[in-house]
Design a protein around this ligand. Structure first.
Ligand SMILES: N[C@@H](CCC(=O)N[C@@H](CS)C(=O)NCC(=O)O)C(=O)O
Length: 228
């Protein structure tokens, strides 16, 4: 079998969604942790356009951009499919994966902001979450139905990024009384073995975000303080 390598960064939601997909498929791979302030020559060679992780390298050929990587993985290793069989259902799942992916950085803004700016970011998040809950998840267990799929992996950062960010910033978005269906989804998602066994240590993530928030408080325009 061709060798599989993944270039990632431990708290990154973009590399973690790829790890979850590979684990779900039972694919053996070598994980290479990148030092983002000092990127390796290999990463720059494999992703010369965006120069970002994650990059999956399969049989020596690189694939960049996490959504593209997830679809590649689903095509190469069809077991435990990430997308439904029905063509229309597949496009619906892709729609929500894209929607959530595009909103990800917007939804982190509340963590970088203070005062009125933060209030605005919180309001925006509530609107986005309402849309995701009402139109995306509905009454389903997972976004694609009964089984973990593409959109669940894409929104998985709610577990290991949003929850610690909320804890550090003292704000709580997804509660049983505010977003009951998303709240139930979080519980179901967190209990899936492949997720439970492959999330970064909560305290390590909390420390990471505490440092970031302190830096951002003292130096709001310092780009390195943003979660990237
Ligand atoms: N759209 C990309 C986003 C990947 C991304 O933002 N990666 C960040 C780490 S979380 C990165 O490599 N940042 C380094 C940089 O911007 O220089 C994807 O889905 O793969």
């Amino acid at each position: 079998m061709d060798e599989v390598k993944l270039f990632g960064f431990w708290p990154s939601p973009f590399s973690l969604r790829v790890i979850w997909a590979l684990k779900l498929k039972g694919v053996n791979f070598e994980y290479i942790e990148e030092n983002l302030p000092n990127k390796s020559d290999l990463l720059l060679q494999y992703n010369p356009v965006h120069k970002k992780i994650p990059v999956l390298v399969h049989g020596g050929k690189p694939i960049a951009e996490s959504l593209v990587i997830l679809e590649y993985i689903d095509e190469v290793w069809p077991e435990n499919p990430l997308l439904p069989k029905d063509v229309h259902e597949r496009s619906v799942d892709r729609f929500w994966a894209k929607f959530i992916d595009e909103k990800t950085r917007t939804m982190w803004e509340f963590f970088h902001k203070f005062g009125e700016e933060q209030e605005k970011a919180v309001k925006d998040n509530l609107e986005i979450l309402k849309t995701i809950e009402e139109h995306g998840l509905g009454d389903k267990k997972f976004f694609g139905g009964d089984k973990l799929g593409l959109t669940d992996l894409v929104f998985g950062w709610a577990l290991h990024i949003l929850v610690p960010m909320e804890e550090v910033a003292g704000i709580k978005f997804i509660k049983a009384d505010t977003f009951p269906r998303l709240h139930a989804w979080m519980k179901n998602f967190s209990e899936e073995p492949v997720i439970k066994d492959n999330v970064p240590d909560h305290n390590r993530v909390i420390d990471f975000f505490k440092t970031r928030r302190e830096l951002y408080k003292t130096s709001p325009h310092h780009s390195q303080t943003k979660v990237n």
